[in-house]
Write a protein that binds this ligand. Structure first.
Ligand SMILES: [Zn+2]
Length: 584
């Protein structure tokens, strides 16, 4: 059976579950600004080329966009100073690192207004740097897969692994997203094996290491904790760790039977091992967050703590997870992170003294992969085109049909048809009393007529997980009152109605809140609530969500919407529900 047939078949067997993003057109350009303090769980500002960009811009876009930082002061002056060849007997080694690729093989983003990213461009940069020093290792810091666009996600992220293989990566670790589909699938991607959707897969052709994820049954790490790689005769030890927050970021089934232990303890234990073997050059691949200013000033985040507490034999730490810039020296350890999505990489140059086998100098440059002025790598470009052709039938699949336009444009009350519809889909998916949806996460309208999977993806392209939680009636009122902050941001709602008075001060505008049966919301009663993981984390200033209890991860927002559309009559009609009323 040809792969394309298998993909078709998989559609008939599987409903659209799991993480799926999309790449409806090859010219999609994503753009945004990003608050570095927020984790990689954000809804996003997308410029979708497909439809009505002007209308999209009117929709009160979120400030944040899935952790892609488009405004980068440090990239304005990307010159790296080469190490002074203080002693010609030192061995020059180059480490090229990426983190948080998220399978964004064919996604172009904007950095300082200019196109950047796509792995064929990243490949061209990496090959250019590799040509400068034959003693080069390619390393990655996790979240290579998961929350990925259809070109990778619909093929079980195998395309991303195949491209890392082709690029000649030498070593990597796992991020939280590698656990999205469970440890069995994680190990299949690395070691090879069969998946019903894609058939047999050869796996990764380079080692992955993680020292702090233990199989509770065997008491052993799920992957080797470290790997020693010899470069020009110099042994370099690589130890992997992933944030211990992983169990809170992944569906419980994805981490069942696993224990995530303290990163620093795991690192130090393995540093001891490496020291016994005479390995003095030690690099940690830590899927943990951190950031610093352009010149290494003001380093913050878990990486600072890790750097301070790990054994001083550790020389370099690659970080990730919060998609930020970091290039700082902390406790004499060089700590780097290079944004996300293939829009940048870390170029770390080290010198090793062959006598002591230790790293005697190290410096890093974070390089943005601007598309201007470089030719994309042809081999990788052709691989991407092949994957795009394979997923096209899925992206073009009709999932439903509407006789009316579902627009995200809000009326004077702050409510939109599509906002109501999406909130209904999310409430239905988790069977809760209420659902709240941030308007910035609704990225396009749905036109009358057939609705394709790709069209739904342009509406909800961010692969946000839906979170079920418990809130009191008072918290719901407080939440709604947070809509009028520095700017107005009207949540789209399902399961309740309310009135608001624009003449009241911000924080006191919400008047009567009613349930569908006409009764008033009880401030002391507990209600079940659905919101996406961005809101659940307090996104867009909705900090009340962070106080909600009993949080449980549910399906991805896109899948909830696709399923909701598929369950409607064909065609269906839907109109504004008048859940929000402004009183004068
Ligand atoms: Zn992560």
């Amino acid at each position: 059976m040809k792969l394309i047939d298998k993909v078709f078949l998989s559609l008939t067997i599987l409903t659209l579950i799991g993480i799926m993003g999309n790449q409806p057109t090859s010219a999609r350009v994503l753009e945004d600004t990003y608050n570095q303090n927020q984790m990689a769980l954000q809804p996003q500002v997308v410029e979708v080329s497909r439809q009505k960009p002007t209308k999209v811009k009117d929709q009160g876009l979120s400030e944040v966009y899935h952790g892609h930082k488009s405004n980068r002061p440090e990239t304005l002056n990307p010159k790296k100073v080469k190490p002074p060849a203080a002693d010609s007997r030192f061995k020059q080694v180059q480490l090229l690192g990426i983190n948080d690729l998220h399978g964004q093989l064919n996604v172009t983003r904007k950095v300082n207004g200019k196109p950047a990213g796509r792995v064929d461009y990243l490949a061209a940069y990496l090959k250019q740097r590799e040509a400068e020093n034959k003693n080069t290792l390619l390393v990655h810091d996790g979240d290579m897969v998961g929350a990925s666009p259809p070109v990778s996600a619909l093929l079980q992220d195998e395309p991303t692994i195949e491209i890392l293989n082709k690029l000649g990566f030498d070593i990597g670790t796992v991020g939280n997203h590698e656990f999205d589909e469970g440890v069995t699938e994680l190990q299949r991607l690395i070691k090879g094996g069969t998946h019903p959707k894609t058939g047999n897969f050869a796996g990764s052709n380079f080692p992955w290491v993680v020292a702090n994820v233990i199989n509770e049954k065997t008491g052993k790490t799920i992957l080797p904790p470290y790997q020693v790689i010899k470069v020009n005769g110099m042994p370099i030890g690589f130890i992997g760790v992933v944030t211990t927050e992983t169990p809170t970021l992944v569906v419980p089934s994805g981490v069942a039977g696993l224990k995530f232990t303290d990163e620093v303890e795991a690192i130090n234990q393995n540093v001891e091992e490496l020291k016994k073997q005479g390995v003095k050059s030690i690099v940690v691949l830590a899927h943990n967050p951190g950031t610093s200013g352009p010149n290494g000033e003001n380093p913050t985040g878990q990486l600072v703590d890790i750097a301070n507490r790990v054994d001083d034999e550790v020389d370099i730490i690659f970080g990730g997870h919060n998609h930020a810039h970091m290039n700082a020296t902390i406790d004499n350890k060089l700590v780097v992170q290079s944004y996300s999505y293939g829009t940048a990489f870390s170029d770390v140059d080290i010198e090793i003294d062959p006598k002591t086998k230790d790293i005697v100098s190290k410096r890093a440059e974070i390089v943005t992969t601007f598309q201007e002025g470089i030719v994309p790598d042809l081999e990788i470009k052709q691989m991407i085109e092949g994957y795009e052709a394979k997923v096209a039938p899925i992206v073009n699949r009709v999932v439903g049909s509407t006789s009316t336009e579902l627009t995200a444009k809000q009326n004077e009350n702050g409510e939109s048809v599509l906002g109501d519809f999406i909130a209904d889909a999310q409430r239905k998916a988790l069977n809760t009393d209420f659902a709240f949806m941030n308007p910035g996460g609704i990225r396009a309208d749905i036109d009358p007529g057939d609705i394709t999977w790709g069209e739904v993806y342009t509406v909800q392209p961010f692969n946000n997980d839906l979170i079920k939680m418990t809130m009191s009636g008072q918290q719901v009122r407080d939440l709604l009152n947070q809509q009028w902050g520095a700017k107005t941001n009207m949540l789209q709602i399902s399961g309740l109605n309310y009135t608001w008075d624009p003449n009241k001060p911000a924080g006191q505008r919400v008047m009567s809140i009613k349930l569908p049966d006409g009764t008033e919301l009880d401030p002391n009663k507990s209600y079940s609530v659905t919101a996406n993981n961005f809101l659940s984390g307090g996104g867009d200033g909705f900090t009340v969500f962070t106080k909600a209890q009993n949080k449980e991860v549910g399906p991805v927002d896109l899948d909830a919407l696709v399923n909701f559309i598929s369950a409607q009559p064909k065609p269906f009609t839907y109109s504004i529900q008048n859940r929000i009323q402004r009183v004068q």
